[in-house]
Design a protein around this ligand. Structure first.
Ligand SMILES: Cc1ncc(C[n+]2csc(CCOP(=O)(O)OP(=O)(O)O)c2C)c(N)n1
Ligand SMILES: [Mg+2]
Length: 557
């Protein structure tokens, strides 16, 4: 390159990177800043928005919620190793949620790294593993934009997930090689036609198949294709154990609830079926160990997933790698409509409520009161460990993109993710209200997200069932026969005052009427409300017993 030409195109790494981010649509950045990030953040462009989280675990989950709601990759900026350490738990969840996050972190000055100064991110590419798809620190400043482009490509390709780029703080003022090369990559791939034919033949030969639908269906935009396929097959549909998305309408006559979360109960529940067709899920996401056969006697299993890891990890069955929407469409083309099939009983939902109501209310009664005012277009975020089954009984999910929870079981994701989802709703101009039902224990893990919710004046309502305990761990203790575990009670939490301290509206509601009033008012409020509802202590089985009848929605308690 001639000297003249060089001068003509000379831009800094900083400018080239912001131009790249603009081109990739990564203009909303979630972060928490430190000295190692300030050279990146200096002269922050007006067409970008920085969403501040007060702790990095919140930052990552907010970005995760925002990414899922906008269906786009998102940029996160963390403070060197300190911020990464705090973020790690929700990076693990983002990895399992398969959310494409491009996580950047500042690093100490290249000039000085050898002498290990304050804030050095030692072994920077080891720290975030194994919960990123790729971790990299460019070998020279000029590679920063290219590394971010590559990070974007890695994050987006299936299965999507978080990636990590560590960037020394003295890189930003260096001369770039010119504008970055902007690329696009695939985010889905089609199934092998021969394997589709093989699966279609097996499905057609089955006398009594059952479908288990997983979160990949909804993420792939396959909601309608999933309904069409189920109706073509006239087979019952379960949602995969502990699925983080709904993927199928829970009021559909073929819906049978969530498949049980343990080996023995799951195969017991599916007894009588000769073929189990799992689409877009692990085989299977178990939780407590309850022994039994992986499959009911005489049953075979087929799995469709876009994740080679999940395909390899399946403990039984044959698998097909594909985007789930494309696979469902291929099955719909290949398999004729089944004329009729003896129908199993639809799931029964227990809706009998005591009169007068209990005092304090049970979680079921509280959710029943809320459901009376449920806005049709509301989005539900769920992190209420022991009351999950009760919640879904009174808040069945009927539309795509209206239900979110975590794939990992790591508390502290739901409330900040709800903030990210509500920011997305606001930015996209959809303005659907977000209702986040978060346990009184769970709320504490990322409680500072309430500050971000208040600052952005979000249409977000936190419902906190307050039992003053880690109820699900008490249920677990019974199942595992581990008496006298300390620290399962949480006396003295004042959730209303906490909410107000961060700038939210905080109210307590003890009665059916009180809940309805508080919820109605919150729906009209400009800004977030936290409604704390004292609920009764209940001891229920962690895994609902399987009876000969079809169990209700509450496959899990
Ligand atoms: C980050 C993290 N730490 C600890 C746990 C273990 N854990 C699982 S459930 C639970 C209690 C949840 O309590 P709460 O949110 O009040 O719900 P409840 O069981 O009372 O319905 C805990 C501590 C976890 N899952 N994640
Ligand atoms: Mg609790």
């Amino acid at each position: 390159m001639s000297k003249d030409r060089q001068t003509e195109v000379e831009i800094t790494v900083h400018a080239a990177t912001y131009n790249l981010l603009r081109n990739l649509g990564l203009t909303t950045i979630f972060g928490n800043p430190g000295s190692t990030e300030q050279p990146f953040l200096k002269n922050f462009p007006k067409d970008f928005e920085y969403v501040l989280g007060l702790q990095e675990a919140s930052v990552v989950a907010m970005a995760d919620g925002f990414s899922q709601a906008t269906k786009r990759p998102v940029l996160v900026n963390l403070h060197s190793c300190a911020g990464t350490g705090n973020a790690m738990c929700n990076m693990m969840t983002a990895y399992q949620n398969k959310t494409p996050l491009i996580i950047t972190a500042g690093q100490q000055t290249r000039e000085m790294i050898l002498c290990d100064p304050y804030l050095t991110n030692r072994d920077e590419t080891t720290l975030p593993r194994p919960w990123v798809k790729w971790a990299y620190q460019p070998v020279r400043a000029q590679d920063v934009p290219g590394a971010i482009m590559r990070a974007y490509a890695v994050a987006l390709q299936p299965p999507a997930g978080p990636v990590y780029v560590s960037i020394p703080l003295d890189d930003w003022d260096q001369s770039a090689l010119g504008e970055a090369v902007v690329r696009s990559v695939s985010s889905r791939y089609a199934p092998d036609p021969e394997r589709v034919a093989l699966f279609a033949e097996r499905i057609q030969k089955s006398k009594n198949p059952v479908l288990v639908y997983g979160p990949e269906i909804e993420r792939a935009g396959g909601w309608d294709a999933g309904i069409k396929f189920a109706e073509r097959l006239k087979a019952p549909v379960y949602i995969a154990p502990l699925a983080e998305r709904a993927s199928f309408p829970q009021t559909h006559p073929q819906f049978r609830g969530m498949a049980p979360i343990a080996i023995g109960p799951l195969s017991e529940q599916l007894r009588g079926h000769d073929l189990i067709i799992v689409i877009g899920a692990q085989v299977f996401r178990y939780y407590p160990y309850i022994e039994g056969d992986y499959l009911p006697e005489g049953a075979k299993l087929l799995q469709v997933t876009n994740d080679p890891y999940d395909a390899a990890a399946a403990i039984v069955g044959e698998s097909l790698l594909s985007d789930t929407k494309l696979a469902l469409e291929a099955f719909i083309d290949a398999i004729p409509m089944v004329k009729s099939r003896p129908a199993s009983a639809p799931s029964r939902t227990e809706r009998n409520l005591p009169s007068p109501p209990n005092s304090p209310l049970t979680a079921l009664e509280a959710f029943a009161a809320l459901s009376e005012l449920r806005p049709e277009d509301a989005i539900l975020v769920n992190e209420t460990a022991s009351n999950y089954g009760d919640l879904l009984q009174f808040w069945p999910i009927v539309k795509p993109d209206s239900y979110y929870t975590f794939a990992s079981g790591a508390l502290g994701w739901g409330s900040p993710a709800a903030v990210g989802i509500a920011i997305a709703e606001k930015k996209m101009g959809k303005g659907r209200p977000v209702v986040a039902v978060i346990g009184d224990g769970a709320l504490q893990y990322c409680v500072q997200d309430l500050y971000t919710a208040a600052q952005h004046r979000l249409q977000l309502i936190f419902i906190v069932p307050c039992n003053g305990e880690y109820a699900i761990l008490k249920e677990f203790a019974i199942l595992e026969k581990t008496p006298n575990v300390p620290a399962l009670d949480l006396p003295g939490l004042d959730i209303v005052t906490t909410a107000r301290a961060f700038g939210c509206t905080g109210v307590a509601a003890n009665t059916v009427d009180g809940i309805k009033k508080a919820f109605a008012k919150a729906l009209q409020t400009d800004g977030p409300t936290v409604i704390a509802i004292p609920i009764a202590h209940q001891e229920r089985p962690l895994v609902a017993p399987v009876t000969d009848e079809e169990v209700s929605l509450a496959g899990v308690r």
